[in-house]
Design a protein around this ligand. Structure first.
Ligand SMILES: Cc1cc2nc3c(=O)[nH]c(=O)nc-3n(C[C@H](O)[C@H](O)[C@H](O)COP(=O)(O)OP(=O)(O)OC[C@H]3O[C@@H](n4cnc5c(N)ncnc54)[C@H](O)[C@@H]3O)c2cc1C
Length: 328
C-alpha cells in the first residue's frame, strides 16, 4: 500500500512543480547531491577522495515542451564542462525523455547527439538510461544511431525483461549498465517475481562479464554483489573489466567498503531542483527508506516540510487511479 501511495505521489505534476520551489526537503538531501552544479561538483570531489567515481544525472520529469528539453540539454552541457574544468572523475547519465523523447524523436536525437559530441571532446562517457518499456524501442534506436558515430555511449539493460539476454548479446561490444529494472511492466514482457528477476539478473551479469566490453553492475543487493565477487574470482576476470554502481546516499558503508577492497565503484549522483519524483520512487522502492523522511519530520525546523508531506499525502490520495503508467 505504501508503495502504491509513493508511486502515486511520484507522478503528481502539481506536487512536482511545487517541490521545485522548496529546495531539497523531506530528507531528499540525503539521496540528492545538490540543486546546483557547484554543490554537485563538491559532492563528487568528496566521493573521488574515497576512490569512487560518479555518474551524474540532471534530474527532470514531465518534459513535454521544447523549451524545457532545450534547457535540460544546456544544463547537461554545463555539467560536462564543469566535470572537465574541475577535473573530477565523473561521467553523464541522462534520461531521453528529459531531452525531448516524448516530444519528437529527431529533436531528441539531435539533443543527445550534441551532449555525446561535447562529452567525446573530453573523452567522457555518456550513459543513456533506460526508462519504461513504452520508451525502450526509441531509446535503443538512439543508442544504435549514436554508437555508429561515437564510442563514448552506452545504455542500460533491465533484467526483468524476457528479452534481456538478447539485448545483452546485441550490445556486448558496448559499456553496459545491468540493472534489475525500476518500472512496473506487464507479465507478457517482464518477469514479475523477485526470484525470477534475480536469476535472470545473475544470468546476464555472468554472460556480460565473460563476453562483454565493460560491465556496470548497478545494484544495492549484497547477495548479487557477493555472487559477482565469487564469479570474477573463479573466472579470473580482472577488476578493470567491471564496476559496481549504487545510488548516491544508499548503503554508504558498503560503497566505501567495496572501493576500499579495490573494486571499481561508481556512484549515481542525481542533482537538480526536480528531485521530487526521483525521491518518491526511492521511497516506493524500499519502505525502510522512509527513515530518511522521519529524521527530517521530527526536526523542529521542519513545519513547512510537514505541510508539504500532508499536502502530498492528500493530493496523492485524490489523484489515485488517474495515472496509467506506473513508474517504480
Ligand atoms: C546506479 C543505478 C542506476 C540505475 N539505473 C536504472 C535505469 O537506467 N533503468 C532502470 O530501470 N533502473 C535503474 N536502476 C534501478 C534498478 O533497476 C532497481 O530498481 C533498483 O536498483 C533496486 O534494485 P536492487 O538491485 O538495488 O535490489 P533490490 O531487489 O531492491 O533489493 C535486494 C535486497 O538488497 C538489500 N537492499 C536493497 N537496498 C538496500 C538499502 N538501501 N539498504 C540496505 N539493504 C538494501 C535488501 O536486502 C533487499 O531485499 C538503477 C539502479 C542503480 C543502483
Amino acid at each position: 500500500m505504501l508503495r502504491d501511495l509513493f508511486i502515486g505521489l511520484s507522478k503528481n505534476q502539481l506536487l512536482n512543480a511545487a517541490a521545485k520551489n522548496y529546495g531539497l526537503k523531506l530528507g531528499a538531501q540525503n539521496v540528492v547531491a545538490g540543486t546546483t552544479i557547484e554543490e554537485t561538483i563538491e559532492s563528487i570531489k568528496e566521493l573521488n577522495r574515497f576512490g569512487i567515481s560518479a555518474t551524474v544525472d540532471n534530474l527532470g520529469e514531465f518534459v513535454f515542451k521544447e523549451e524545457e528539453a532545450t534547457e535540460a540539454k544546456l544544463q547537461i552541457l554545463n555539467v560536462i564542462q564543469a566535470i572537465h574544468d574541475h577535473q573530477v572523475d565523473a561521467h553523464i547519465s541522462l534520461k531521453p525523455t528529459q531531452v525531448g523523447l516524448d516530444i519528437d524523436f529527431d529533436f531528441c536525437l539531435e539533443n543527445v547527439r550534441e551532449i555525446v559530441a561535447k562529452a567525446a571532446q573530453y573523452d567522457m562517457f555518456v550513459n543513456i538510461d533506460m526508462e519504461d518499456s513504452s520508451h525502450m524501442d526509441a531509446t535503443l534506436k538512439l543508442v544504435d544511431l549514436l554508437s555508429a558515430d561515437y564510442e563514448n555511449v552506452g545504455t542500460v539493460i533491465q533484467a526483468y525483461l524476457h528479452d534481456a539476454q538478447n539485448q545483452v548479446e546485441k550490445y556486448q561490444h558496448m559499456r553496459i549498465r545491468l540493472v534489475k529494472g525500476a518500472y512496473k511492466e506487464p507479465a507478457d514482457i517482464a518477469y514479475q517475481n523477485k526470484s525470477e528477476i534475480d536469476a535472470n539478473y545473475i544470468r546476464i551479469i555472468e554472460w556480460h562479464l565473460l563476453n562483454g566490453k565493460f560491465t556496470s553492475i548497478a545494484t544495492h543487493d549484497h547477495d548479487i554483489i557477493n555472487h559477482v565477487k565469487q564469479f570474477v574470482k573463479e573466472h579470473s576476470i580482472t577488476n578493470d573489466k567491471f564496476e559496481i554502481q549504487m545510488l548516491y546516499g544508499f548503503r554508504r558503508d558498503m560503497q566505501l567498503q567495496l572501493a576500499k577492497e579495490g573494486y571499481n565503484f561508481c556512484t549515481y549522483v542525481p542533482f537538480g531542483k526536480d528531485w521530487y519524483g526521483y525521491f518518491m520512487r526511492r521511497l516506493a522502492e524500499r519502505p525502510q527508506n522512509l527513515t530518511l523522511v522521519f529524521k527530517q519530520v521530527f526536526n523542529k525546523k521542519t513545519n513547512t516540510i510537514l505541510g508539504v508531506a500532508a499536502g502530498a499525502f492528500l493530493v496523492g490520495r485524490l489523484s489515485k487511479g488517474k495515472d496509467k503508467k506506473d513508474k517504480r
